[in-house]
Design a protein around this ligand. Structure first.
Ligand SMILES: Cc1ncc(COP(=O)(O)O)c(C=O)c1O
Length: 403
């Protein structure tokens, strides 16, 4: 079957050619949601049409597609395909682990103040159910004091932590967390590392081996540029072997279709549950979203995450000095390892982010304002000339007395 990449002009950094329907003048909000490219739109629509024609006859194709997609996603994070499952959203992966670890009363989970609630709520629920303790650190303190922050984390690990749950990239500031160091520290102190990768996967190089990540979860509609309603969950084989299948369903069994396709007497309820990340694929999947995601990840693969990261940094480099000249402060880290797809700035008025975001929208510039920051998040189709458009809009807004 031809891939999405074969059927279209190859994706080019800085070109919106594959986004003919996108109306926004500057779309710098991929950290919230990516507008689907034409290959994604067509893949979803072709999949739906196939179902309209063939009904159940489409199922085998889509099963094959899901396996290809698992492979592509696994490749993006340096994982074996067998350790990767498709899930409905980022939260599904957090829940699978929060409800699946055979906790002991009093176990401690290290979580970070400032994280998106996806990576907090399920741990809170697990803590309530299982008598666990949440230990809190401030994620943002890492920006100002790397060594002190890591020391604090090590002190907590030394005191006994069962699992560390962190986002690869903080959704507010774009701060990329030091996963390699964190993973090594976790290993040394016998803790597991859980990563919410939705603000990283597709724009920031990630390697679950190099970072000793035990579990990773990621939704598809941000930097992976797919539709909402799907995503992936990785569990290192040894970690998955310890998980209890508390969120298992009929598709979590080995050979789950046997009773539908073979001779009678295959309808049994005692088939073993798959003891891998796949156990979380418990029911009928979102096939259309998977079709779209395969197309978007095909485009990302065709360019390469390293090149996308460099392009996005060039976009930030073109814009950031002009923002600083205009009195904004930037949360962007100095070192490349701390940078991501997000450029967040603020003014002396901590509440100004939403007003700036709204004012820019009037100029056809799409941004976001999480927790008061003005967040700009371009991806591979964003042109480097967009910095001039943004700065001109800011000057006009200021000249008009705004935001
Ligand atoms: C860091 C982070 N995690 C998770 C999510 C979303 O989680 P879910 O895919 O479960 O809706 C977001 C944003 O929507 C996010 O910024």
């Amino acid at each position: 079957m031809a891939s999405a990449v074969d059927r279209y002009a190859p994706p080019r950094l800085g070109s919106r050619e594959l986004f003919p329907e996108l109306e926004t003048r500057v779309y710098a909000n991929h950290a919230s949601l990516s507008p689907p490219s034409q290959p994604v739109v067509n893949a979803v629509s072709a999949c739906l049409s196939q179902y309209a024609r063939d009904g159940m006859g489409s199922y085998a194709n889509e099963t094959e597609r899901r396996e290809r997609l698992r492979g592509r996603l696994a490749h993006l994070i340096g994982a074996p395909t067998r350790d990767l499952a498709l899930v409905g959203n980022t939260t599904a992966g957090v829940l699978a682990v929060a409800l699946g670890i055979p906790w002991r009363r009093g176990d401690r989970i290290l979580v970070f103040d400032g994280e998106f609630p996806t990576n907090i709520t399920p741990w809170q629920q697990a803590a309530r159910r299982e008598g666990l303790e949440l230990v809190w650190m401030r994620a943002d303190d890492f920006r100002t004091d790397h060594a002190g922050w890591l020391q604090q984390m090590e002190d907590h690990l030394r005191a006994g932590i069962r699992l560390v749950a962190v986002s690869a990239v903080q959704f507010t500031t774009g701060q990329r967390m030091p996963l390699e160091t964190m993973g090594a520290m976790c290993r040394q102190h016998g803790a597991e590392l859980f990563v919410d990768a939705i603000q990283a996967m597709g724009v920031v190089p990630l390697d679950v081996e190099a970072c000793a990540i035990d579990y990773l979860t990621c939704g598809s509609h941000k930097w992976l540029m797919g539709p909402e309603g799907t995503g992936c969950f990785y569990a290192r084989a040894e970690a998955a072997a310890r998980l209890e299948p508390n969120v298992a369903g009929w598709l979590s069994h080995a050979d789950p279709f046997a009773f539908l396709t073979r001779a009678p007497n295959e309808l049994r309820y005692d088939r073993p549950l798959v003891q891998s990340a796949r156990m979380v694929e418990f029911g009928t999947p979102h096939t259309l979203a998977a079709a779209g995601l395969e197309a978007s990840v095909g485009l990302i693969d065709a360019i390469g995450v390293e090149s996308i990261f460099e392009h996005v940094q060039a976009w930030h480099d073109a814009l950031e000095p002009g923002l600083l000249d205009r009195g904004f402060s930037s949360a962007r880290m100095v070192e490349n390892e701390g940078r991501s797809g997000i450029l967040s700035v603020c003014t002396t008025d901590a509440a100004a982010g939403p007003a700036w975001s709204r004012a820019l929208a009037e100029y056809g510039i799409e941004s976001a304002s999480p927790d008061g920051w003005l967040r700009l998040s371009p991806h591979w189709p964003n042109g480097l000339d967009e910095a001039d458009i943004l700065l001109a809009a800011i000057d006009e807004i200021r000249a008009g007395g705004g935001p």
